[in-house]
Write a protein that binds this ligand. Structure first.
Ligand code: ADP
Ligand code: MG
Length: 687
């Protein structure tokens, strides 16, 4: 790949004209990264026809329409109390019914008189608003009738996110592809041309078929995605086989483990004990450990990882514990430090926040080997950090790191042992292909004494009953999360009228005047303030309406009820994660899955799975078996595994082909390297 193209793909979206930092941040939430490449890998989930409607009476509010209209009069926007009212162009359809076209930007009347002269007919396309009189705001297209065919007959619908409309998506897509064309026309690499050509087809689909797993474009992209992954795994596997001078745990210097196990205030579960055995076994071997520990949230992975770190310390080696965020790093450090003080080993924390003298002191202590266990974010692997004897790297929430990251970490020590922890349960069949270079331990048992969350499903028609039940619970002191899939109506394009957080908040305020509201379009400080308030023991917010921003939010032990609206539109993984927001205290917790009227049979079955089990592995396995995920909020990703193009149900053959290709052909050619760059999950960390 030419450097020019490489740089282009790596460009921050905020530098694309019309994006800017605010929009780029919103894109980042949806795309998982903020480069042009991340945008390109995020493809539409389906296609909506943009059919011609002859008269407005036939159109359905909320739909995107295309209609011939005659311009009748113009009403310029006026300044009033410092704000400008919208410019209105009043038109009529062929039956004489009025349709108002509105523009909120400050163009002057002359401009509109010229663009839309009174008396002329125009083909106008845009979303018909759900207002009392027919209105289209900022039409997507205005064309003279003889040019009506210039208006595309379909609209690609992207899995959107908070604060991003379909219009924004298609506008940015057009800009990016215009720029990309210049770069590609110069390329004479056939693979490269084919790749971007396939991408273009899926970003400009002519029908939903172009986006199905069987579409030749999707098949091609999926194969390349798998080839990238399997090649990276093959490299990692080969590196492992090569002769290594790993530190071998032969000469014990201290006795710490017995003391450590004695200080734990509970009995380890059998699954924890077995996992610890497997880890210790690996550590004593002369090839580096590469082990993944999978266990649902709350299954007790931390203590298992700590045992490994303490064992390493017994032999005088250092351990680095890598957490995905500062908050998690601090949380780990606090727990760890309490333990380490008792058994007398030095541990420390290093994040991007440590600067100047403090940072230098910490680095010195790491270099001297005095600090035995060091917790941090990827700051742990900056160039200025040197370890005296790094024997073990522990990676929390492994799925956020790519294969190449794991390799670079290992290079900080001598054939360092690697232990990865993941709360994302992946069915065994798949973990072989996903983590073919790792050994896997599973913690499939929860510590005793937990009170299981009671999960029920309820049709939206019974919302009044639900509100009445909540009134009683809230009077008793309960706190409630109420999750909606969308923030406001603006995003409803293409999603089929889902519950919006703002509407639901208005509704609930009638019954619970102190209902709170948080969503991703809010100012971050404001949002944090409300969440912190909700979490505090003295909070007077009894019910918090939220979008999925709370999925990664804070702990609220007093929250015992979570209502998830339009539950049928969330992936099972997302629902399972959301449910994990409650049941953290010592009281009985409840999860209520509210579903809409259009729920499918598979939809009901999926919700039933959640009602029946709290076992992440069972849920993942079921999710894998069930089809009909098409109704999910615009995503082909299951949530357990984040492929861009691969559908693990439909692309089984491709898995086999790609892993065969990666094993038999050397992965040294340029195109495979380009693919590894394009699909590297690890690139997301630096975003
Ligand atoms: P996760 O697997 O999600 O990382 P943690 O390691 O954070 O889970 O453990 C969740 C909680 O359970 C912690 O407070 C931990 O101290 C506690 N815990 C871990 N193992 C056990 C056990 N065997 N018995 C009782 N409590 C445990
Ligand atoms: Mg954890």
């Amino acid at each position: 790949m030419k450097k020019e193209l490489f740089d282009f793909l790596n460009t921050d979206l905020q530098f694309v004209r019309g994006v800017g930092p605010i929009l780029a941040a919103r894109f980042c939430d949806v795309l998982g990264g903020r480069r042009i490449l991340d945008f390109l890998l995020h493809i539409p989930s389906y296609v909506r026809p943009r059919e011609i409607t002859e008269c407005i009476a036939d159109a359905i509010p909320g739909d995107t329409i295309k209609i011939p209209l005659q311009v009748k009069s113009h009403k310029s926007g006026r300044f009033f109390r410092g704000r400008r009212s919208p410019t209105q162009i009043i038109c009529t359809d062929k039956t004489g019914t009025n349709v108002t076209i509105q523009f909120f930007n400050g163009k002057f009347l002359d401009y509109w008189l010229e663009k839309l002269p009174i008396g002329t007919w125009r083909m106008i396309s845009g979303k018909l608003e759900k207002t009392s009189k027919p209105t289209i705001n900022h039409p997507d297209f205005i064309e003279e009738l003889q040019n009506a065919s210039k208006i595309p007959s379909v609209q690609a619908i992207y899995p959107a996110g908070e604060g991003l409309t379909q219009k924004t998506f298609s506008a940015i897509r057009d800009k990016i592809f215009a720029l990309l064309d210049d770069k590609i026309t110069l390329s004479n690499d056939t693979n490269e041309c084919e790749f971007f050509d396939a991408l273009r087809h899926v970003h400009y689909p002519s029908s939903t078929d172009d986006l199905s797993p069987q579409s030749p474009f999707i098949v091609k992209l999926a194969y390349w995605e798998l080839l990238a992954q399997q090649s990276a795994i093959a490299i990692s596997r080969n590196n492992r086989k090569a002769p290594q001078n790993k530190r071998i745990l032969r000469q014990k210097k201290y006795n710490l483990l017995t003391h450590f196990f004695n200080t734990i205030p509970f009995d380890l579960t059998n699954a924890q004990k077995n996992t610890i055995d497997e880890i210790f076994n690996d550590m004593e071997k002369d090839i580096p450990m590469m082990r993944l520990v999978q266990g649902d949230v709350g299954s007790g992975k931390t203590i298992v990882a700590l045992a490994a770190a303490i064992k390493m310390a017994e032999y005088g080696g250092q351990t680095a514990i890598l957490a995905p965020t500062d908050t998690l790093a601090i949380q780990h450090f606090t727990k760890l430090n309490a333990l380490c003080e008792k058994i007398g080993i030095v541990c420390d924390i290093l994040t991007g926040r440590d600067k100047g003298v403090k940072r230098r002191e910490k680095l010195t202590s790491i270099r001297s080997g005095r600090t035995r266990i060091i917790v941090g974010t990827h700051a742990l692997f900056s160039e200025d950090v040197t370890y005296k004897d790094l024997g073990l790297v522990i990676i929390d929430e492994q799925h956020r790191f790519g294969v190449s990251q794991r390799e670079s970490l290992r290079n900080k020590g001598n054939a360092t042992d690697i232990l990865a922890l993941s709360a994302t349960p992946i069915p065994r069949t798949l973990s072989m292909t996903m983590y073919g270079d790792m050994d896997v331990s599973i913690i499939n048992e929860k510590p005793a004494g937990r009170i299981p969350i009671k999960t029920t499903k309820l049709p939206i028609g019974r919302i009044t009953d639900l509100v009445n039940r909540l009134k009683i619970q809230i009077t008793d002191g309960a706190q409630v999360f109420w999750i909606c899939p969308l923030v406001c109506d603006d995003e409803n394009v293409g999603t089929g009228n889902l519950a919006t957080a703002t509407d639901r908040h208005e509704y609930l305020k009638q019954f619970f005047p102190n209902a709170g509201l948080v969503h991703g379009q809010m100012d971050k400080h404001e949002r944090d303030k409300i969440m912190t308030d909700f979490a505090s023991t003295k909070s007077n917010i009894s019910i918090l309406v939220a979008t999925t921003v709370i999925e990664v939010g804070i702990d609220v032990p007093n929250a015992t009820i979570i209502v998830i609206e339009n539950a049928e539109r969330f992936g099972l993984a997302a629902l399972h994660q959301l449910r994990g927001r409650v049941g953290r205290g010592n009281k009985q917790s409840y999860c209520i899955l509210l579903y809409g009227n259009n729920i499918s049979e598979t939809g009901i079955k999926r919700l039933e799975t959640l009602c029946e089990t709290d076992d992440g592995f069972v849920i993942a396995e079921q999710d894998l078996m069930m089809r009909g995920t098409g109704e999910l909020i615009g995503t082909r990703q299951s949530g357990w595994i984040n492929y861009h193009f691969v559908d693990y149900r439909e692309h089984r053959d491709l898995f086999r082909l790609a892993s065969h290709a990666a094993m038999t052909t050397p992965v040294s050619d340029d195109w495979t390297h380009d693919l590894m760059f394009i699909f590297d999950q690890g690139a997301k960390i630096s975003a």
